[in-house]
Design a protein around this ligand. Structure first.
Ligand SMILES: C[S@@+](CC[C@H](N)C(=O)[O-])C[C@H]1O[C@@H](n2cnc3c(N)ncnc32)[C@H](O)[C@@H]1O
Length: 240
């Protein structure tokens, strides 16, 4: 049976962490078993702690990608009482995590996912694989998948009741460009619409931009138990 696969987030970071931990394990093993007198104590201690921390962080990131992100997706979806007739946008959908999650709750509504398909942000990041997941999950008729950069998209004004985004906006370089992204999310929302934006950093910055736009803003998290790095959520409602 075909199974949806939502990929591994930030694969390069995970490989680097695990590589450092292997190198550190090599230093400790060499110092311990072969030549204790030749390796300075500070280096062994540094390798032990540094390698241990990198290993734990790498494993926690894999666990987030394999288990935590589904719990976090459900948490985000529950923050809005979805009726099923909404137009939903998932910014930086990747393999379609929130787009497909929302599409499953749609009756007459539709979920759109946009992405630039950056391979460093998500493993095997391709539009075709987001489509494949939508097909496996049985929601092909309820989704649109488009290639678009949130900072310069051509989607029409006031076209979405609900905008989700998970772990996307921090990938945009520069505070000014991230501000542009938040302003675009505001532009795309209908009056009364809600943005639910999750990230591991810059969430205060997003909240401040939404606040400047006179949105009704609240924050939740960080969630230490099932996300790594711990994710926080900004909820912003467009009231005018
Ligand atoms: C870490 S992945 C998360 C994917 C998905 N939201 C999830 O939680 O599984 C971040 C995604 O944001 C996308 N992305 C980065 N910058 C973007 C931009 N300016 N506009 C649209 N998508 C972007 C990347 O291509 C990647 O698919």
């Amino acid at each position: 049976m075909k199974k949806a696969n939502y990929g591994i987030d930030a694969p390069g970071v995970i490989y680097t962490l695990l590589l450092i931990s292997i190198l550190c394990a090599g230093i400790v093993t060499y110092a311990w078993f072969y030549a204790p007198a030749t390796v300075p104590v500070w280096l062994v201690s540094f390798a032990l702690w540094g390698g241990g921390i990198c290993f734990v962080e790498g494993v926690l990131m894999v666990l987030y990608s394999k288990i935590g992100k589904f719990r976090h997706r459900d948490r985000m979806l529950k923050l809005y009482k979805i009726r099923g007739n909404e137009q939903v946008l998932d910014v930086g959908t990747g393999r379609g995590l929130l787009m497909i999650g929302a599409a499953k709750l749609m009756i007459t509504g539709r979920a759109t996912g946009i992405d630039i398909w950056s391979g460093k942000d998500l493993s095997n990041n391709k539009k075709a694989l987001a489509m494949f997941n939508a097909q496996v999950e049985g929601v092909t008729d309820k989704v649109n998948i488009e290639t678009a950069d949130i900072t310069k998209n051509e989607l029409p004004d006031n076209s979405f009741d609900l905008v989700f985004s998970n772990l996307c906006l921090h990938n945009i370089k520069g505070k000014d460009q991230r501000k542009v992204a938040c302003k675009e999310i505001y532009r795309l929302l209908t009056t009364g619409g809600t943005a639910i934006i999750s990230d591991f950093k810059n969430t205060k910055e997003y909240a401040a931009t939404f606040d400047e736009l006179r949105m009704d803003v609240s924050r939740k998290g960080p969630y230490f138990f099932d996300t790594f790095p711990p994710l926080s959520i900004v909820i912003a409602r467009k009231i005018c």
